[in-house]
Ligand binder design. Sequence first.
Ligand code: ADP
Ligand code: MG
Length: 478
Amino acid sequence: MKEKSANSVWNNCLEIIKDNVSAQSFKTWFEPIRPVELVGTVLTIQVPSQFFYEWLEEHYVALLRKTIKRELGNSARLEYRIVVENSNANTPSTVDYPNQNSGNNQNPEVGFPYFLNGNQIKNPFVIPGLKKINVDPQLNSNYNFDSLVEGDCNRLARSAGYAVAQKPGGTAFNPLVIYGGVGLGKTHLAQAIGNEVKANFPNKTVLYVSSEKFTNQFFDAVKNNSVNDFVHFYQLIDVLLVDDIQFFGNKEKTQDIFFHIFNHLHQNGKQLVLTTDRPPRDLEGMEERLLSRFKWGLSADLQVPDFETRIAILEKKMYADGIELPREVVEFVAYNINTNVRELEAALISLLAQASLNKKEVDLDLAKKIIKNFVKSISREVSIDYIQKTVCDYFTVPVDMLREKTRKRMIVQARQLSMFLAKNYTKNSLKVIGKHFGGRDHSTVIHSCQAVQNLIDTDQEFREAVADIQKKIQMSIS
Ligand code: ADP
Ligand code: MG
């Protein structure tokens, strides 16, 4: 009798629900539900998984509440029974949940009420037998910490990554969010963490996935009605590395599902490593609740490596590939390719390719010819700005200071030398040059050029510095 009335009540509910959700959602989220029993005005429904329950509570609670009240009156209540997949038992066991949102005790942690509400459930996913899944971690063994050169540009991110790999889930860096521009080593670092975890803890389940792949898998799962399997799979991972999460921007459903997986893993002490091409606060089309999760751990950035680090990267790469190049060639490449590491590697590869094609040694001349194409493609011409930057880098003074009135010796020197070089390397008038230095007039520029010439004539150290800087500028235009 009970069975029957639970059935009929639920069927009436379904009629209403059908008209209020898309056909796809209905199929995915409502068809798998089984009405279990009706006691008074309490209807119990059975859902296939905890995740399923979370999803219903989060997305359809208002609709469910309304339809059930319509059928059973104002005192109506919904309870869930969750099937716990148990490989050892023939019949699935179940765990009961009340509908958390049906009462007045709205929990502020939307979507995760039950974790906070005592111990009604003991993590239904940790099931012996199921745990031993064999997941291909999707790692490339060349991307390891050894091959990831350390520099000021990546020190924090790299050491946080290393720490995480020694103690996955056991540091404050959870999630570890690595951000930085194209070709600065995000993927390399994420993979290095994965490889290091695997080396330290062979039994841990590690998975590297691009957010694009994750999204596609999720879409497929929706299409094939296997969202549950999809989520279960991800919830079994010990160290989840998700690359380029900016790709999740404006993909609401994917963010939802990722939010659930994220929470589940985090709650269970599993490690999350995420990469993005911009600081989390600048991620567009990303839900606030997801962004706030990222703040739980550490965000560390990757910068463009400085000249010395670029040399070290080239040398490491050459060593790994068993190649030798003249020091001046390496320096030339490192000077001129200063956008990102991927460009740097590409330049090196094309240099070697040309050399072997022409059966020629790689010397500075060949390097100049080849790198010119590269630099051209990044379209760098010598400009006053470039000169200012080169000079300021050399003396390590902030470029802004060149436009200020300060009389500090270092800055005066950098300013005068920049003017001198601007006059010699650009076709700009003295007036235009003066403008670039905080609106100084042409007589100031003339005076500066004379002062620099005097110093060059009398001060050997200064002369050498100028020669160094000129070399850098010349390399960028030759
Ligand atoms: P991203 O994912 O940030 O776009 P990648 O991780 O793909 O960048 O890095 C681009 C290339 O540069 C890769 O071949 C990587 O091995 C290399 N690379 C980046 N940073 C370093 C580094 N610090 N040391 C050695 N190689 C690096
Ligand atoms: Mg990448």
